[in-house]
Design a protein around this ligand. Structure first.
Ligand code: PEP
Length: 256
C-alpha cells in the first residue's frame, strides 16, 4: 500500500504571519511525521512564510490550492506552476468543488492545469465528487468517473504515478455531514477500477485516493482503517493544529 497522505486545505484562511504560527505549533505537536506524508495547502500569500517557518528538510510538504495553466503572461490575478514551485510547493490541489462552483473551473480547464503542473514536476491532487442531487439521482458513479477521465485525458502511464485523487462528495464538504466510510470505500473502488481499466492495473498502483468531506479527529479513524482509503483531504478541521495533529496521529497508527 502506498504511504498514507494527510492534506490540510486551508482554503482562504490565515495571513502569512498566522500561517507561520500555525506551522510552528504543528511542528511541536507532530515532531516526526514518520510513515505519513503530511501536506499543508495554505493560501498563495502564506506559502513562503509557511516554508520559512520550517527547518530544512521540511517536515511537512507544501501544496498550492490552484494554479493557472500558462507559465506567464497577461492573466491578471492568476498564479502559475513555476511561481508556486519556486516557493517550495510539491503538490497542487486542482478541481476542488469550491473552484468549480464559484470560479467556473471545469474538467477541460482542470485537465490543462494538471498538464501544466506535470510539466513542472508538481504533483496534482485532483478532486472529484458528486452533488447531493447526483447522489440522490443514482448518478454518483457516472459523475465521478466522468470527471476523472475528462480531467486525466491524455495523461501517460508515467505521469499517472504523480497523480493523487481526492474523492470529495460536494454535499459533505463543510457541512459536518461526512459520507459514511462504506460510501467512500465504494466510490474509491469504482475510481480505482476506472483507473485500472484505462491505464492498466500496474500503472494505477501508486495512485493514492483520499477521502475528503467533513473529516474530523472524531471520524478520521473510520476512513483511514479502510484499505480503499489512502488518506484524507481535510478542510475546516485542519485549521486547528491540535485537531490536525490528532488526525495525523490516527494515520500514523493505522499505517503502523
Ligand atoms: C475541503 O475543503 O477539501 C474539505 C474537505 O473541507 P471540509 O473538511 O471542511 O469538509
Amino acid at each position: 500500500m502506498p504511504r498514507r497522505l494527510i492534506v490540510g486545505n486551508w482554503k482562504m484562511h490565515k495571513t502569512a504571519t498566522e500561517a507561520a504560527a500555525i506551522v510552528q505549533q504543528l511542528m511541536k505537536l507532530v515532531p516526526e511525521p514518520g510513515n505519513v506524508e503530511v501536506v499543508l495547502a495554505p493560501p498563495f500569500t502564506a506559502l513562503q512564510a509557511a516554508g520559512q517557518a520550517m527547518p530544512i528538510p521540511h517536515p511537512f510538504i507544501l501544496a498550492a490550492q490552484n494554479l493557472f495553466w500558462e507559465d506567464q503572461g497577461p492573466f491578471t490575478g492568476e498564479i502559475s506552476a513555476p511561481m508556486i514551485k519556486e516557493l517550495g510547493c510539491q503538490y497542487v490541489i486542482l478541481g476542488h468543488s469550491e473552484r468549480r462552483q464559484h470560479f467556473g473551473d471545469h474538467d477541460e480547464g482542470i485537465n490543462r492545469k494538471i498538464r501544466a503542473a506535470l510539466r513542472h514536476r508538481l504533483r496534482p491532487i485532483l478532486c472529484v465528487g458528486e452533488s447531493l442531487g447526483d447522489r440522490e439521482g443514482g448518478r454518483t458513479e457516472t459523475v465521478v468517473t466522468g470527471q476523472l477521465l475528462r480531467c486525466l485525458d491524455g495523461i501517460s502511464k508515467d505521469e499517472l504515478r504523480m497523480i493523487t485523487i481526492a474523492y470529495e462528495p460536494v454535499w459533505a464538504i463543510g457541512t459536518g455531514r461526512p459520507a459514511s466510510p462504506a460510501q467512500a470505500a465504494a466510490v474509491h473502488k469504482t475510481l480505482r477500477a476506472t483507473l485500472a481499466s484505462s491505464w492498466g492495473p500496474e500503472a494505477c498502483k501508486p495512485v493514492r485516493i483520499l477521502y475528503g468531506g467533513s473529516v474530523t479527529p472524531e471520524n478520521a479513524g473510520e476512513f483511514l482503517v479502510s484499505d480503499q482509503v489512502d488518506g484524507a483531504l481535510v478542510g475546516g478541521a485542519c485549521l486547528d493544529p491540535q485537531s490536525f495533529a490528532k488526525m495525523i496521529g490516527l494515520a500514523q497508527n493505522v499505517a503502523g
